[in-house]
Design a binder for this molecule. Sequence first.
Ligand code: GLC
Length: 429
Amino acid sequence: MRAGDTGAESPRPRQLNALRERVRALYQLNRQRGYATWCGVEYDFVCPSHGLYPFQWFWDSCFHAIVLSHLDIERAESEIRTLLANQQDDGFIAHVTFWQRELDDVDAYQVAWRSPWLSDSMQPPVLAEAIEAVARRGRGAAFLREVLPAARRYYDWCDHVRDPDRDGLISILDPHETGMDQSPAFDAYLGVQELTPAGFEAAWRRAVPADPAVPADPAVARERFSVEDVAVNALYAENQRVLAGLHAQLGEADAAAEMQARADRAADALFARCWDPADADFHGLAGPDEQPLPGSTVGGLLPALLVDAPAAVVARVAERLDDATDFGARYPVPSVSIAHPSYAAAPAEGKLLWRGPSWINTNWYLARAMRRHGREALARRIEDASMELVARSGFREHFNPQTGEGYGATDFSWSALVLDMLERRADEA
Ligand code: GLC
């Protein structure tokens, strides 16, 4: 039994034990367990929010597995096993699996469908990080041997299907696929004319028609909307590096070398082609002629996570995170720079996401990015603010960067990543 599992003799700080209990209760509330007759599979996962999001979302589930690795290794493993259960023959894993589709009016979900139970979209490929955390705190190589082949098939799908120009960067075919759904980075490319939920929706549907009868042909979809997105590719590079390490742990030297080469290629392409020294920002590349998209969104800070991020990039991201007129809000990190013309501290009509409010998952990445590159004080500031947000406003979906007010879903599971922040600190202390 690890330290912290029992209250009385725990050497861990009281704050950590209290948070563990809150997260345990949250993950009990959002636990979804059952038997899906449509595929003959038993499922057991944590949904993002039992009210608003009762199904299994890809990157949410990866974050939930990381949180569960501190609380209950068997459930952490089930979370990943359930995510992999409906992997398709080509390696694809859906961004939403509608295990219990009878729970909700799923036709209202604006997704492309691969089947009546699976969306036909991806989300940021953060699976390798989740597997690494669960293996490290649990059964190590035994768990890796079980899940690594499927994980590898997924990253091969990303490489084979989503990198048609073979530059090492993968393309998203729908803004949804960034997990940062209505980020203003895509406004001009989508042709958004009126910044209301309906105006955004109309532009979005023009670019990405969701016709349930027609599974998208990537080649056709690419003509309408295709972006080599900065955040997606930063996380892709990082996760391929992590995957290389997992192969190495199993003694699979050739596979490890291949993944490391792919990770390096993605990182090199990101720094060479998406970074613009003129404005010291990263820009996604849109369409066949790779037009740079506007920067100043939180996704553009994520390349600082990479171990080989150039010093100039790290320094610039740190400077922006410190600057109160840019990303250095009272409750960081806003999803859009405060200086951005479309920054809004509260979501418009509660519906347009990722246009200002702060999210705990990007905080989790950016704190780690800063610590990794020796900026401990900044990392702690982001973590402390994250914990304060959750303490004040609860596990909300996102938060006002100026007042800390919570918005969107309540009981939102990935906001429990604050537990991972605190556990890591306790491990280091
Ligand atoms: C919102 C978020 C997306 C997340 C989903 C479920 O759509 O933008 O990133 O996966 O909710 O929590």
